[in-house]
Design a protein around this ligand. Structure first.
Ligand SMILES: [Zn+2]
Length: 413
């Protein structure tokens, strides 16, 4: 017996092809159908093939009515767990202040740290849940969520407690990351003392927690943490069994891409200013590049060279980087920016939010629709995947399924 059958997907985008071109890699089945059993894809083909099969009883049949069906979107880079907001900083940015000068004056990340530390767990969960709901309504079924607004053990534990509670309260699957080096707390000075204390005191305590985060991450950037500091932190994280991520070369070439390759990061993220050698090293080590054009848009900084990074041999994922600095809840907008500002093709942009985003969170059972993969998929009320970066600002996601169960539907079901 099957739990669910989906029929008449005008385009069933599986992302399961193996090919040099992004279009072929999408591996689109016309008038596609699939079967779900035990939360996983049990069969995939055309509606006609399904009609010719004797499949026995099916609990529920969903008619996609000729609409587009894609894998559930995976957002591989977010700071979605935070308290408060920073809408006035938009005006400061318009008046000419930049991200780094706002941070240096106690705004930016440091302001969110103050507000997050002062929040209750229930408050933090409530605010964050509204953002996760928005992402779900836009077709996101899995997202990475970072800590990093605590900056000490108590603050980071507070965030992890909120994430633990959110896991039980949302249909979106959360992949937690401990962002141990995000900003230097006020008074910590520029010495290595703060980094040492994180490595010695905070990191091992986080590693001991039950339900500990999968990834450990650091912000390698001129004026934030140096490549040497991040190297020590990431190696210590690796020794404690964490998988690694890094914020690399967002504002300036800081050696982040090369370090990602050296320590074996699963992904290196941002990469707007990375050197060619750094990118080449990442390609050799199989480090996935996570590009975040929504942040380039909100911080008025250069967009990453998506085509060059891809041509060098790196797989390219896209993420929202949802945070109080770049409050982006729409993967569709990010795909648009990827296409218009970084000259990605619509097929490449969609692979960036599915197959390669899953790779950036080390999950090969997500981001594709193939037999055995998790049955996460989205019915979009458009006829082709080419609409995703093309039609922006409205809402056309009609149904979202997580592990074969409907997690969201728009309007009448
Ligand atoms: Zn980030």
């Amino acid at each position: 017996m099957f739990d669910l059958a989906l029929v008449h997907a005008g385009e069933l985008v599986t992302c399961a092809g193996e090919s040099e071109t992004a279009e072929e890699e999408l591996s689109v089945v016309e008038d596609g159908a699939l079967l779900v059993s035990g939360g996983k894809i049990a069969w995939i083909g055309t509606t006609k093939q399904l009609r010719q099969k004797s499949i026995g009883k099916v609990e529920r049949t969903v008619d996609a009515l000729g609409n587009l069906v894609t894998p559930g979107l995976v957002d591989p880079h977010t700071h979605a767990i935070f308290a408060g907001s920073r809408e006035d900083e938009l005006e400061r940015k318009i008046s000419g202040e930049n991200y780094m000068s706002i941070l240096a004056r106690g705004g930016g990340i440091l302001r969110t740290v103050r507000e997050t530390r002062a929040s209750t767990i229930a408050g933090l969960v409530g605010e964050s849940k509204r953002r996760l709901d928005q992402l779900l309504m836009n077709g996101v079924t899995t997202m990475e969520v970072k800590t990093g607004y605590g900056l000490d053990l108590a603050g980071e534990s507070h965030m992890l407690a909120a994430i633990r509670r959110l896991k039980a309260e949302t249909a979106v699957e959360l992949v937690p990351t401990f962002l141990g080096l995000h900003a230097r707390p006020p008074g910590a000075g520029g010495s290595h003392g703060y980094v040492d204390s994180v490595i010695r005191n905070v990191l091992p305590a986080i590693a001991e927690m039950k339900d500990r985060p999968v990834f450990s991450d650091s912000f390698c950037e001129e004026g934030v943490f140096t490549a040497t500091e991040c190297s020590r932190y990431l190696r210590a994280s690796r020794d404690l069994g964490f998988a690694l991520k890094i914020h690399a070369d967002e504002f300036a070439e800081s050696g982040g891409a090369a370090l990602a390759a050296e320590v074996g990061c699963v992904s290196a993220d941002h990469l707007g200013r990375s050197s060619r050698n750094g990118i080449r090293a990442m390609a050799e080590r199989g480090v996935t590049a996570v590009l975040l054009p929504g942040t380039s848009f909100f911080s008025s900084i250069p967009y990453a060279d998506a085509r060059g990074i891809s041509a060098a041999g790196c797989k390219v994922a896209l993420g929202t980087d949802l945070s109080p600095n770049s409050w982006v809840e729409s993967p569709q907008l990010v795909m648009s920016l990827g296409c218009m500002e970084m000259k990605m093709s619509p097929a490449h942009a969609l692979l960036g939010f599915t197959k390669y985003a899953a790779r950036a969170v080390a999950r090969d059972d997500l981001g594709v629709l193939a037999v055995g993969s998790q049955a996460d998929f989205v019915v979009h009320e458009v006829s082709s995947y080419r609409f995703l970066p093309y039609r922006v600002g409205g809402s056309y996601v009609r149904k979202v399924f997580k592990r074969g169960r409907q997690a969201y539907h728009a309007g009448e079901d």
